[in-house]
Design a protein around this ligand. Sequence first.
Ligand code: 2HG
Ligand code: ZN
Length: 484
Amino acid sequence: PDTLPPAEPRPAASLPSGLLDALLALLGPRGVLTDPADIAPHLSDWRNLYRGSSPCVLRPANTGELAAAVKLCAAAGVPMVPQGGNTSMVGGATPDESGRQVVVALTRMNRIRDIDPVDLTMTAEAGVVLKTAQEAAAGAGCLFPLSLGAEGTATIGGVLSTNAGGNTTVRYGNARELMLGIEAVLPDGQVLHGLRRLRKDNTGYALRHLFVGGEGTLGFVTAATLKLFPAPRETEVAFCAVRDEDAALALFRRFRDRDDSAVRAFEYMSGTGIDLALRHIEGATLPLAERADHYVLVDLATPRPDGGLRALMEAVLEEALEAGEVLDAAIGESEAQRGAIWRLREEHPEAQKREGASVKNDVSVPVSRVPEMIRRCSAALVELIPGSRPVPFGHMGDGNIHMNLEQPEGADPAAFLARSHDIMDTVNAVVRDLDGSFSAEHGVGRLKTDMVADWRGGAEIDLMRRIKAAVDPQGLMNPGKVLD
Ligand code: 2HG
Ligand code: ZN
């Protein structure tokens, strides 16, 4: 039960007179769900942190239909909640309990409009599943590098709206850095046509960036032109036991110093996290002879035909073994072994969920401070709740660690979750002291709105509020998210 007790939603309010008929005439029966059984999956997030209600779910088939539907809703003053794969970690895509907010699911808008291997671009609609986009790029001999645990469900619209990061940020940046152009439907139903595929375009404010990380509060992302890269020809993956957090960072620096462009992912995992994965994930085995307290996963990739990655991997690991930083290491010898190593990392959230209640802290600090952050947070959390189990893991190479806390063994999950805010405050105090962020890649959603004013106060929050008021004067787009 990876949950807080959800609030009890009120029954959905009825839509203003005539609106449902107008939406049905516009979108047809496939485009408007009204049966409670059809609506239900759209009302809660996958962690079951939130459960809301909605009079209906709109499913437009294309940008024109969405724009017309938004015009109707805006004229009637009806608030809208954009939803893609519904994999938010912070309740960003679910309606509230008021019963007034209408969910707008973009999953039917799932065409890949264009792939160009010369321009190295792909134009994909919001509802394209991330994995489908990756496969389409691979089919054209290219790479779309954004990669994250939920990639089989998360959509292009969602990963852009939340500026998702994931495993390859160290090499390719976040979703924002992978976006060249955007098409969006504004809160009044106007379409912003910005699907340019230019690498240079300094022609005024870069409006497209408002929608990336805007979490649907400024409008709907309906399509995007994305950057592709040459497909890798060689990859190597290693799983290493390391002496401690500092040794993990030292190993990262060794790889980066040798060949910065080859490091596609550098992930940290704790002994506790791996123990949980081995306990709960079917078929998971430790690829090393002995258990350790700290591990890293190194993923190298290069488009060079004679990339020499195996030699690089072996040379760096050997140096680090001699220096006492690496205690033991296994290099994946086949696609299956590389996949099994990645699975140990990717199944961390699932293993934590199966173990009991846990509280997530998606934080970042400057890379140099990751070891100190992990140590100080872990100590502070165990002092706060004796017996609780810190499970730090994640994207060490970009400074983003999931500083999660698992309940004490055998404790009451509800009593543990009642301390969620104390737990988040404890982590955030350390992170703040280290010049970090309270939300590195999962966004603000509903969960963290109260932190925005605190962490990004003064002129920053003032400007955010003025932008919101200018773009969405009626406050109809994803109300209650990001800014409260
Ligand atoms: C990951 O890196 C995701 O696997 C989820 O961002 C992190 O469950 C989490 O805390
Ligand atoms: Zn992550």
